[in-house]
Design a protein around this ligand. Structure first.
Ligand code: HEM
Length: 201
């Protein structure tokens, strides 16, 4: 069989690294949309960004309360950032955006593969938060007022991410579930992009 070195090396990578490679183009699209809308230029623009964060973290919040996922990620319940996003909105007087049902509903059925793809995107967005936090602080926001959801974990963003990716890589999935994890990560980015497209210009 004629397998190239790069194909072989991607296959040999961890699940987290494979998801990163798979989503790099869509991630760039989201980054570009958020930054080109000058989301950190004024408090008003930041408020629109907060509404997007609210909608995405609301989409995934039910996953953090799901028992099989909590067994796979022991600190999962503490990782949910929706309460911090809501506190930031309250700090800045941002009204709750009108929205339909979130993607995942508390107590609803959850496919493990799909859930891992979505969680990868939600947790990975913490890595970019380090960049966005600096921009938010230039607007006078802090880890205690208005930009709580961008604050790093106590142990630091890199160890926090490494703990997540180690648990993500350790979950055993069937081939079909693995496929759904990839689809889930792409769907999650598409959902963020849809929230961005609907609210930023
Ligand atoms: C809500 C929107 C966003 C989502 C869902 C998101 C998602 C992600 C994900 C999943 C990762 C982890 C990549 C990995 O596997 O290592 C990541 C990392 C990162 N993101 Fe984002 N991101 C978002 C917005 C942004 C924005 C606006 C920027 C800044 C321009 C940004 C900059 C970064 C950076 C610098 C990293 C770290 C890359 C690295 O260490 O290799 N992100 N983001």
């Amino acid at each position: 069989m004629n397998v190239t070195t790069s194909e072989r090396s991607i296959e040999a990578q961890s699940r987290a690294k494979r998801l990163k490679a798979l989503t790099s183009t869509v991630h760039e699209g989201v980054d570009r949309s958020i930054m080109s809308a000058s989301s950190f230029a004024t408090i008003d623009r930041y408020k629109r960004f907060l509404a997007i964060q609210y909608l995405f973290h609301r989409d995934v919040a039910a996953l953090y309360a799901e028992s099989r996922l909590q067994a796979a990620f022991p600190d999962l319940v503490h990782r949910c950032r929706l309460p911090l996003v809501i506190a930031d909105m309250e700090d800045l007087g941002v009204a709750t955006p009108d929205a339909g049902s979130p993607i995942f509903i508390a107590g609803g059925p959850v496919d493990m593969g799909t859930a891992l793809g979505w969680l990868y995107v939600a947790e990975g967005s913490n890595m970019g938060a380090a960049v966005l936090r600096k921009e938010a602080h230039k607007l006078g926001l802090t880890d205690d007022v208005g930009a709580r959801h961008l604050a790093p974990a106590l142990e630091g963003p890199a160890p926090h991410w490494r703990a997540f990716t180690a648990a993500l890589d350790a979950v055993e999935l069937s081939d079909d579930e693995e496929t759904r994890a990839r689809e889930g990560a792409l769907e999650a980015f598409a959902q963020v992009q849809a929230h961005v497209d609907a609210r930023l210009d």
